[in-house]
Design a protein around this ligand. Structure first.
Ligand code: IMP
Length: 175
């Protein structure tokens, strides 16, 4: 069976939107200590670009390693933490940086977890949002792109660990 990756969002389109998100976050957090919590592995590319788009002297970056117990391309929302934050975030203003919010189960779980760490505030920034698949109500404060119900890959997003290294976002077609 052959595979073809059909582009959905080009590297240039993504870069322009990431710059806008970075400027918005820099403006809104001007007087705060902001901690970007990158949810691994999926947000490693988006998070690296977003962090560099945020012109802010007191911005920290930390990582939360996660593994979903979901089967195939479906999330169960049960998330195993494979790597915890390197420092406490108590009293700080946290932005959870996700690659994609699909059913919302993962981010709902991570928001609950983050609240136990007593930050001053927690917001969510997701590059992609697929509202058609929503199973729980979660507020996504910063959204890069709202997309239709397609399984997407690239720019950090994988399909069975493949395609994370693509510089753009696409859809795999098999035939
Ligand atoms: P949720 O719990 O259903 O919101 O799913 C969140 C996680 O599932 C994301 O962080 C991704 O790792 C993965 N995921 C959901 N949709 C896609 C997709 O279209 N492509 C690649 N991974 C996805």
């Amino acid at each position: 069976m052959s595979e073809r990756v059909v582009p959905l969002l080009s590297a240039e389109t993504i870069a322009a939107r990431v710059r806008e998100l970075g400027q918005q976050i820099a403006d809104e957090y001007r007087d705060k200590n902001v901690v970007l919590v990158l949810v691994l592995k999926g947000s490693f590319v988006f998070g690296a670009d977003l962090a560099r788009a945020i012109d802010h002297p007191r911005c920290r970056v930390d990582f939360l390693g996660t593994r979903s117990y979901g089967e195939g391309t479906d999330s169960s929302g049960v998330v195993q933490i494979t790597q915890d934050l390197s420092r406490p975030v108590e009293g700080e203003d946290v932005i959870i940086v996700e690659d994609i919010v699909d059913t919302g189960l993962t981010i709902a779980h991570l928001l609950e977890l983050m609240k136990t760490r007593r930050p001053a505030s927690v917001k969510v920034c997701a590059l992609l949002h697929k509202p058609a698949r929503k199973k729980v109500e979660v507020q996504v404060d910063y959204v890069g792109f709202t997309i239709e119900d397609r399984f997407v890959i690239g720019y950090g997003l994988d399909w069975a660990e493949r395609f994370r290294n693509l510089p753009f976002i696409g859809v795999v077609e098999r035939g």
